[in-house]
Design a protein around this ligand. Sequence first.
Ligand code: PMP
Length: 417
Amino acid sequence: MEVNTQDITRAFIHNGEALAQQFPALQQYIYGKKLVYLDNSATTQKPLSVINAISDYYKTINSNIHRGVHHLSQKATDAYEVSRNTLAALINARKAHELIFTKGTTDGINMIADVFGRYALKKGDSVIISAMEHHSNIVPWQMICERYGATLKVIPMTQDGVLIMDDYIKLLDSTVKIVAVTYVSNSLGSVNPVKEIIRLAHNNGTPVLIDAAQAVQHMPIDVQDLDCDFLAISGHKMYGPTGIGILYGKEEWLEKLPPYQGGGDMIKTVTFEHTEYNELPFKFEAGTPHIEGAIVLKSAADFLTGLGLDKIAAFEHGLMTYLTAALQEFPEVDIIGKAKDKSGALSFVVKGAHPYDVGVLLDKMGIAVRTGHHCTQPVMDFFGVPGTIRASFAAYNTLDEIDYFVSSLKRALGMLL
Ligand code: PMP
């Protein structure tokens, strides 16, 4: 495959190396080699703007929110709500109160599985997920189906890692109460046709949850255009802190669903006989939240919009194409996930070498990749592999790093095969 490297670097206004300067963790040497960080699907490194925002918060406005009349509490409350507004703009939500701060994608999906299950599921109902879900978009639905006697149905995929839409249409019947699918597969990189998945579900009167953990950092997301009912993201995969994320829900759904957890902040009035719940979004934010994380998530969103998600998408697509072409030159490498539309992650196996051994050797050369099942064991079972080696991209990666990765892989395979 012919790849024009100039197009890739031109696709991005910032040259990757200059961008990497903003990331102190990327300046390290591992075993004497400059770190090449290609485990971005697991978590991204953090820019100085995010790191500084964390210490600024504790140095200046640290206090509890929505409670105190004092100056610091008001400042922290304002910053918390400004962050919510910024994140609402990032995903183009109609209203900021459609965003709930969570611990991350897993937490958001568990929240909806729990409250939606209580609201809607009964014996004989069903829930649709897809064959390429992360465990966090399988297990919560399994648990909730078990609780209410509902059935979990799975949209199958092709050997290329593409969802079979005709089979999805066949699964969509009157028993289906919710569809939950990933926007981008973390182990295959496949970008799913979520807008079409949502449209078809809505024709069936069924709401849809989108797991956007691997999408929000790689491409523009517009929840109004997608028309999704729920969407979950994690801060730590979008250059922000761990332990914080967002659950977007359409106002009409969040209004009618019951609260998730009970406690402080989610109430208006409490007596021993009766509790009146708070308005959105507080109804779903019981207890003292991860205040610092929520406030700092604004800096992560600013980082993404500052670079421009269109530009990030074009640049990372270039990296993906470039690495795919290079790997196709290795006769012993088999790429797992050959969808036309891919983003973020490139998985492969090597005939005659265990992924773990390849990962360990690459680590010794200063390269961080992920090996294993990537929390998608059914995907590994489907492809009949114990795991894959996964290189996953961020905006700060460079073509030179991809070249170094490819030459290091050649060396590693020379040692193993
Ligand atoms: N869904 C997908 C597609 C993911 O890649 C991940 C994280 N690997 C998750 C959900 C879970 O995200 P978190 O661990 O941040 O809750």
